[in-house]
Design a protein around this ligand. Structure first.
Ligand SMILES: C[S@@+](CC[C@H](N)C(=O)[O-])C[C@H]1O[C@@H](n2cnc3c(N)ncnc32)[C@H](O)[C@@H]1O
Length: 228
């Protein structure tokens, strides 16, 4: 499928899939969406509310590594806070160097000192842990979401698949069951979606689900917890 770079409302770029009229991030702002959904309501919520200043590494699973934006912003937080992260990004269709090159996340995040690190996110090998920094380990897994079979391994899941409009098979009870199994007790999953059918599929497999205010341009998002 043809992929094209576009600029979102906050100035950060994303990728559009023409055939589907679908984007890797919100057109209302790729960075603002990542910050709101995954960093604020995912990482900070977990760190400040559930485990309170944990010293062990937090294992995070990302559903849809894509451009690496969520992963890179999580890395930046690990450098600023006293946080250690073991990040696993699953992706079946990695982007090419040509597609990654025009992305402007370094400039937009004022992260010039980590420009080489962002390249490392994409250059590092697939299928094995790679130490991005002493506080951030990255494992990229090239596989289909349906083949995720980890059990009680992750504290946090960033569920960032393309929307149910174009990939309904990824927003089903079957997939959320895999996510539930992959989380440790007290684990948390966050996603930009707020669809009623998604919330019901999560609840059907045992998640406690709450609606939260969405990022700019979107009324709501969902956070699902394993256990109370
Ligand atoms: C919304 S994008 C993820 C954006 C990403 N989180 C980022 O920060 O750039 C969804 C991703 O899921 C990947 N994908 C789609 N179907 C998949 C599948 N069945 N298994 C694994 N990856 C898939 C796509 O290639 C795409 O990179």
């Amino acid at each position: 499928m043809k992929r094209q770079i576009i600029t979102t409302a906050d100035g950060s770029k994303t990728i559009r899939i023409e055939e589907w009229n679908e984007h890797y991030h919100s057109v209302h702002g790729a960075i603002q969406e990542a910050n709101h959904v995954y960093i604020k309501h995912g990482l900070f919520f977990y760190f400040e509310t559930i485990v309170k200043n944990i010293v062990k590494p937090i294992p995070i699973l990302e559903i849809g590594f894509g451009t690496g934006l969520n992963a890179f912003m999580t890395f930046l937080e690990s450098q600023k806070q006293s946080l250690k992260i073991n990040y696993v990004g699953v992706e079946a269709f990695p982007l090419s160097t040509n597609e990654l090159e025009p992305l402007n996340y370094i400039e937009e995040l004022a992260a010039e000192r980590y420009a080489e690190t962002f390249n490392d996110f994409h250059k590092c090998p697939w299928g094995m842990p790679y130490e991005i920094s002493p506080k951030f380990q990255l494992t990229k897994l090239k596989k289909d979401f349906k083949d995720i079979d980890e059990q009680s391994k992750f504290d946090l899941i960033y569920f960032d698949a393309f929307g149910a409009r174009v990939q309904p098979e990824l927003w089903t009870e079957a997939i959320f069951h895999l996510m539930y199994e992959a989380l440790k007790p007290k684990g948390v999953l966050v996603t930009y979606s707020s669809k009623g059918s998604v919330r019901r599929a999560m609840q059907a497999v045992g998640f406690n689900v709450e609606k939260l205010p969405g990022p700019l341009g979107k009324r709501e998002m969902l956070r699902a917890r394993k256990g109370a």
